[in-house]
Ligand binder design. Structure first.
Ligand code: ZN
Length: 206
């Protein structure tokens, strides 16, 4: 149990340090929750949202799942999305994938165990439509697909119809160098219809 005790020790030290550097940080945070960003990322332990983008607690609302999927029948994500958009009124939704994603790799190798095969059906479909053997290309395509799914989502569309400033972003992170690459597919409204992307071509040109 030493490793668990270490985590709690780490927490105490972290809280002390934060309070020392920013006096009153926690009591201020207790009374407000106004993040501007919703992060939808992979569960991979090497891709922690807050640390990668250098923000403190309170700045980013986070949802993570295997291979950062946006599936409109996923009640967990839909609740997060609705709360983020309608209650917290975030301004930006970032889908951040990462190169070398284990979930995407498993699909490419046809080695998805049990439930994962079901979870990653959209990735499998994407792969079959594009026939790209390259893992990193597939990781990028996957982010593009998920941003497109968000752009078609009714929660997002209704917010746009109400005139809300709500932007969707597609990013990909490199575990090898710690840097995030913007895939430049930002969308900010219905007028920016998700084009029927030729995903194969998009992988080469974007
Ligand atoms: Zn991953």
């Amino acid at each position: 149990m030493k490793e668990i005790a270490k985590l709690l020790d780490n927490n105490r030290i972290w809280a002390q340090n934060v309070e020392k550097n920013i006096p009153g940080f926690f009591s201020k945070l207790e009374s407000q929750h106004k993040p501007k960003f919703l992060w939808i990322g992979c569960s991979d332990s090497r891709v922690p949202a807050d640390q990668l983008i250098g923000v403190m607690p309170g700045e980013v609302f986070v949802h993570r799942n295997i291979s950062n999927q946006v599936i409109n029948t996923d009640i967990n994500l839909m609740c997060v999305l609705q709360y983020a958009v309608d209650v917290l009124k975030v301004k930006h939704i970032i889908v951040c994938g990462h190169y070398g994603c284990g979930g995407i790799d498993a699909v490419l190798k046809d080695q998805t165990p049990g439930l994962l095969a079901h979870w990653l059906e959209n990735v499998k479909d994407l792969m079959e439509r594009n026939r790209t053997p390259n893992l990193d290309d597939m990781c990028e395509l996957n982010v593009k697909l998920q941003v497109r799914n968000l752009a078609l989502n009714s929660i997002v569309r209704k917010a746009w119809d109400r005139g809300r400033s709500l932007y969707l972003h597609g990013w990909i992170y490199s575990i090898a160098n710690g840097l995030i690459h913007d895939l430049c597919i930002t969308r900010g409204g219905r007028h920016q219809e998700p084009e029927h992307i030729d995903l194969k071509r998009a992988a080469k040109t974007d």
